[in-house]
Design a protein around this ligand. Structure first.
Ligand code: JFZ
Length: 311
């Protein structure tokens, strides 16, 4: 297959967005504050599925504005956007028929923000893609990772892939127009042959869509380095470094350790000098607002790029 990697190699700068029910929790559960990766709070606090489901009832991101997010990306000089359609918590941030645990069915918001974002980015020629946690799903009996509610020895990962992950990935690849990227994460539960058939069946739906290396078994279309990792020397081929703007991927109210625009520009230059892309993450809050400092420093970065950058 001849998948077009040129746009990706030329892109240099992507925006990663982690947004889900964890954004509503904002790093706190039952009065206790957590730090690190806010999107891992269900795991950190060992929150039972039944209790975690209640968070959806409080999640109503009425400030969400797809055009404002896409405009910020454009102003920052960003060429592609990847957003969490479903993270490890198992909550679909889009209209899924496969599960009831979705923003449309389980939250008072009732709308599909991913549809709006797909449209808003397309209007601005920003490439669009979804992050999807294909193995880890703490909401499901047979999903990877939740061993506080469910017995690890009784898990049937194949069943989870058949009943949730694959049907949801097919929805994402058929209902949002062209997807430039499907950003898989943390592989598990599948052999190389099974991963190959997963990849083939999904690529059949959108042959041009690039799959991240974390689809597993060396079957991705480009290479992702570990979090906050830049190779020491130039690397050939298509690759990406991922960093988050502060210390967490998902929104944490008490995490103010944001990189300044100067630091973002240095990071961009370092990654670009080695031949790769920087995908920088922001974590919008439970109301749908991108944090003030993320907006400010991204806008400053974009202004610098207009004056000093290539495009
Ligand atoms: C994963 C997720 O668990 C995390 O919540 C976040 O979404 C991040 C972008 O991806 O975490 C990882 C996955 C792989 C590595 C490190 C963290 N790795 O390969 O170094």
């Amino acid at each position: 297959e001849h998948r077009d990697l040129q746009w990706f190699k030329d892109a240099r700068f992507g925006l990663f967005i982690h947004w889900g029910l964890y954004s509503q929790l904002a790093g706190s559960w039952k009065g206790k504050r957590y730090y690190g990766s806010g999107e891992w709070i269900m795991h950190q606090a060992k929150i039972p599925v039944k209790e975690y489901e209640q968070v959806a009832k409080e999640f109503n991101p009425t400030d969400f504005n797809a055009d404002a997010w896409a405009q910020l990306a454009e102003d920052a000089g960003i060429k592609y956007m990847v957003i969490t359609a479903k993270h490890h918590e198992g909550f679909a941030m889009y209209d899924s028929r496969v599960s009831d645990f979705t923003i449309v069915k389980a939250s008072p918001f009732k709308k599909d923000p991913m549809k709006a974002l797909a449209d808003a980015t397309r209007k601005r020629n920003i490439r669009f893609g979804f992050y999807y946690s294909q193995f880890v799903d703490w909401h499901e009996t047979n999903g990877g990772g939740n061993e506080w509610d469910f017995d690890a020895n009784k898990k049937n990962y194949q069943l989870y892939y058949q009943q949730k992950a694959i049907p949801q990935l097919k929805e994402l690849l058929t209902q949002y127009g062209p997807l430039s990227i499907v950003w898989f994460d943390l592989p598990g539960g599948l052999s190389k042959a099974e991963t190959q058939s997963l990849v083939d069946s999904l690529h059949a739906l959108q042959p041009q869509s690039l799959f991240s290396s974390r689809v597993g078994q060396g079957l991705g279309d480009y290479k992702d380095f570990g979090d906050s990792e830049v190779p020491p020397v130039p690397i050939k081929g298509a690759w990406e470094s991922i960093y988050t703007h502060n210390d967490s991927w998902g929104y944490i109210e008490h995490d103010m350790n944001f990189k300044t625009s100067g630091e973002i520009i240095q990071l961009l230059a370092n990654v670009a000098s080695k031949g790769g892309n920087l995908m920088l993450n922001v974590g919008p809050d439970g109301k749908g607002n991108i944090p003030y400092y993320s907006k400010k420093y991204l806008e400053e970065t974009g202004k610098w790029l207009v004056v000093n950058g290539e495009s």
